[in-house]
Design a protein around this ligand. Structure first.
Ligand SMILES: Nc1nc2c(c(=O)[nH]1)N[C@H]1C(S)=C(S)[C@@H](COP(=O)(O)OP(=O)(O)OC[C@H]3O[C@@H](n4cnc5c(N)ncnc54)[C@H](O)[C@@H]3O)O[C@H]1N2
Ligand code: MOO
Length: 408
């Protein structure tokens, strides 16, 4: 059953669908793996070779034939890592080290703590199992199989995996270029003195960092005076060079709020006013590209810092995911947690900032006491957004769906 929505407001789902409709993935470019952290593969990488390339030892010890269990054997070779071994002579064993290749003929390795060194040679235990302490060829990666899928976001382990194949360069999606514009004549950047009535711009470093974590390149981050012409000029300038234009503030109903009007004059306002808290006045639309080819997506975040923060997670992140064709960015991981608080909602779905407490038998979501959209301290330790549907009473212990803020 569809969630009830207060009059005149759009659901988050319909707004997101409208924002993502027709958004195509960006082109790709080759990048050295040393600089590819956080980038998204545009095509699958096929393994060129087996890893490990040959059977090798998982322990420092002795390689032998399992059928020689319980015997005392002379050492006929010493195999060090990096040097190919000779076939194992019958009735003998080989001294071997972790990572050394297994000599042809040997079928198990016994670690040195489990043998006895005698004058006649090495005495082995009575029971040995075939293949023990041998890391077989291709166990990690088999040549010809998919090493990494298209859409993988490259992080520490996947970069190590690429290097393990001898790969130096990969094709990744170009980073979405984002223009950030901050409205509000009361907003001043840190470093300047505050006059009466002014406040510092919290949204600029906050959104820049968040966007970088989402994989964007922030190419513009400027304040816009609260005037209609100035807003139009900056929007035009931003749409000329960005893939996404984001504004903060100026989307509510006051006469100093010029963003929607400017957007309607230059492009399209697709949606405004959502059934969510925080972020009700969020505006979504499109601006024409300067060259006339296609359109740039526009996200008008409300000025309150918490509304901007939550709006970026819920709308900008999936948009980045679509531009990068990256499934892990398209939707936030969801989990269920027990409410460690009680609350009641009105006609908007509430995305509550919560800290998750993990104990062996349950996850508890602790909500910050003040959930007002101007209280940015509620976001600092928030691990997740707990979703409370409209017109709902939540009691302590109720199960709540939570969106995990993974790149916080
Ligand atoms: N009559 C109504 N008033 C308001 C409504 C409404 O439905 N009817 N909605 C409220 C809601 S909900 C929100 S959210 C805000 C959003 O308003 P705007 O997006 O137009 O934002 P501003 O008015 O420009 O600013 C709101 C608030 O945030 C502060 N701000 C703005 N930018 C920054 C920044 N970069 N860093 C720090 N703080 C910032 C600004 O000073 C305001 O206090 O509208 C409600 N009003
Ligand atoms: O919807 Mo607004 O973001 O609560 O203050």
């Amino acid at each position: 059953m569809a969630e009830p929505v207060a009059n005149g407001l759009q659901s988050v789902e319909s707004a997101l669908a409208a924002l993502l409709d027709g958004v195509e993935a960006l082109p790709d470019e080759p990048v050295a793996i040393e600089r590819a952290g956080g980038r998204v593969l545009s095509q699958a990488v096929i393994a060129r070779q087996d890893v490990p390339p040959a059977d090798n030892s998982a322990m420092d010890g002795y390689a032998l034939r399992c059928s020689d269990a319980g015997r005392t054997l002379p050492i006929t070779q010493r195999v060090v890592a990096g040097v190919p071994p000779s076939p194992l002579a019958s009735n003998s064993c080989a001294r071997i080290f972790t990572g050394s290749e297994i000599p042809p003929g040997a079928d198990c390795v016994v670690m040195q703590e489990d043998v006895q060194e005698t004058a006649e040679g090495i005495h082995f235990p009575k029971t040995l199992s075939l293949g023990s302490n041998i890391r077989s060829r291709g166990r990690d990666v088999a040549s010809g199989t998919v090493l990494l899928k298209a859409g993988t976001r490259l992080e520490a382990a996947s970069l190590g995996h690429l290097a393990g194949q001898g790969i130096t360069e990969v094709n990744v999606r170009c980073r979405p270029r984002v223009a950030l514009l901050f409205t509000g004549d009361e907003i001043v950047d840190p470093g300047k003195p505050l006059a009466p009535g002014q406040i510092y711009n919290s949204n600029r470093p906050m959104l820049r960092r968040l966007l970088e974590r989402f994989g964007a390149e922030v190419i513009m981050a400027e304040s816009v005076p609260d005037r209609y012409e100035a807003t139009c000029d900056k929007l035009r300038q931003a749409a000329g060079k960005a893939d996404i234009v984001i504004t903060t503030g100026g989307v509510s109903v006051g006469e100093e709020d010029h963003v929607k009007q400017a957007l309607e004059a230059l492009g399209t306002l697709d949606l405004w006013r959502l059934a969510m808290r925080p972020g009700k006045p969020l505006a979504l639309g499109r601006l024409p590209r300067e060259d006339g080819h296609g359109q740039v997506r526009f996200v008008g975040l409300p000025g309150n810092p918490v509304s901007s923060y939550v709006g970026a997670w819920l709308f900008v992140r999936p948009l980045m995911g679509q531009l990068l064709d990256c499934p892990s960015l398209q939707a936030l991981p969801r989990m269920y947690a027990r409410a460690g608080f009680a609350t009641r909602t009105q006609g908007r779905r509430h995305y509550m900032r919560v800290r998750l407490d993990f104990t062996p038998d349950k996850i508890t979501a602790h909500a910050f006491a003040d959930q007002n959209s101007a209280v940015l301290s509620s976001c600092i330790d928030a691990d997740a957004l707990a979703i409370v549907p409209p017109f709902t009473e939540v009691c302590e212990g109720d199960s709540l769906e939570c969106l995990w803020l993974v790149e916080k």
